[in-house]
Design a protein around this ligand. Structure first.
Ligand code: AMP
Ligand code: TRP
Length: 323
């Protein structure tokens, strides 16, 4: 049994990339591990967001976690900003994190290019907040998409630095990447990852209607070969669709290639559309009432807070601060 922590930013619609790259793995992990999952709203405010809908988005994201099978009886589910110890630890760890390390983070570079008018100190400090999320709970494993491994590496460096300076305090975490699901690409721009902020036609949301799913899959970018074959260098579009098909159907890519031998992209896309509509319908039917979700988060807050405060007492002591 290992301690596991992961988080997702409440920024609009959750898509099948999040599901296949992250949530799906959490659902499996909670069976045999001590898991804590968080809706990381303090991370969300480092890029432009809508303050009047943030609370609704948090509940929406929680409802997706729960509908996808995250089970509050088997793990702790809470909202990051409900546990103030995360910001306290961020400040403390900030005092030992070299600025240069933060400046070389790929996500910081990407996001500051994308939001030129919004390059704020929060964006550069983002990885310290993430490190705090992880280190507060002594997490050993951090299930994330490939894009987040750099941040987990930095978390290890910060933990190591703290331990060297103030004595053994933090566990050095490892990231856990689910192999096949590692990256799901946009259906429209298959060399970019599927994202809430990319082309909306390339991104399938967990709560998309059957009509939307159909439109998006049928218009997905492919190539002119009309052969259903996995080849990430020459056939990115169709390979991405094959990957999605394989993950949702639990069939191997080889078996799917065989099944569609001699058939065209149209047939394959129709089949994928039906599969996605079926699978997402099951998730959509599991949607809970808002009031019930609030109760689950309230309970999660109490459990997470107790653990976080226990850890902070040690950290404050080591750093010579008042308990
Ligand atoms: P984000 O949507 O960027 O907050 O990411 C939430 C989680 O989903 C993280 O673990 C990401 O690495 C993962 N994720 C986001 N987009 C994708 C994608 N296109 N494919 C696979 N995993 C993803
Ligand atoms: N930075 C992560 C992302 O963009 C989200 C996140 C915040 C996270 N804190 C975390 C993931 C702690 C894992 C552990 O996807």
């Amino acid at each position: 049994m290992k301690k596991v922590f992961s988080g997702i930013r409440p920024t609009g619609d959750i898509h099948i990339g999040n599901y296949l790259g992250a949530i799906n793995q959490w659902v499996q992990l909670q069976e045999e591990n001590d898991c804590i999952f968080s809706i990381v709203d303090w991370h969300a405010i480092t890029t432009p967001y809508n303050e009047s809908t943030l609370q609704d988005t948090i509940l929406e994201v929680a409802s997706i976690y729960l509908a996808c099978g995250v089970d509050p009886k088997k793990c702790i589910l809470f909202t990051q900003s409900d546990v103030k110890q995360h910001t306290e630890l961020t400040w403390l760890l900030g005092s030992i994190t070299p600025l240069g390390e933060l400046q070389r983070m790929t996500q910081f570079k990407d996001k500051s290019k994308k939001h030129k008018e919004y390059i704020n100190a929060g964006l550069i400090n983002y990885p310290i907040l993430m490190a705090s999320d992880i280190l507060l709970y002594d997490a050993e494993l951090v299930p994330v998409g490939k894009d987040q491994t750099q941040h987990v590496e930095l978390t290890r460096n910060i933990a190591q630095k703290f331990n060297n300076k103030y004595g053994e305090t933090f566990i050095l975490p490892e990231s856990l990447i689910s192999k096949e699901g590692a990256t799901i690409y946009s259906l429209q721009e298959p060399d970019k990852k599927m994202s809430k902020t990319g082309d909306p036609k390339g991104c399938i949301g967990i709560f998309d209607s059957p009509e939307d799913i159909k439109k998006k899959v049928m218009s997905a970018q492919t190539d002119s070969e009309n052969e259903i074959r996995f080849d990430l260098t020459k056939k990115k579009g169709i390979s991405n669709l094959l990957n999605i098909y394989s993950l949702f159907s639990k069939k191997s890519i080889k078996d799917i290639e065989k099944e569609f031998e001699g058939k065209g992209y149209g047939d394959f896309k129709k089949s994928l559309t039906e599969l996605l509509i079926d699978k997402l319908k099951i998730i959509q039917e599991n949607r809970m009432e808002k009031e019930d979700i609030k109760k689950i988060l309230e309970k999660g807050k109490k459990l997470a807070e107790a653990r976080a405060e226990q850890k902070m007492k040690v950290v404050r002591k080591r750093m010579g601060l008042a308990l």
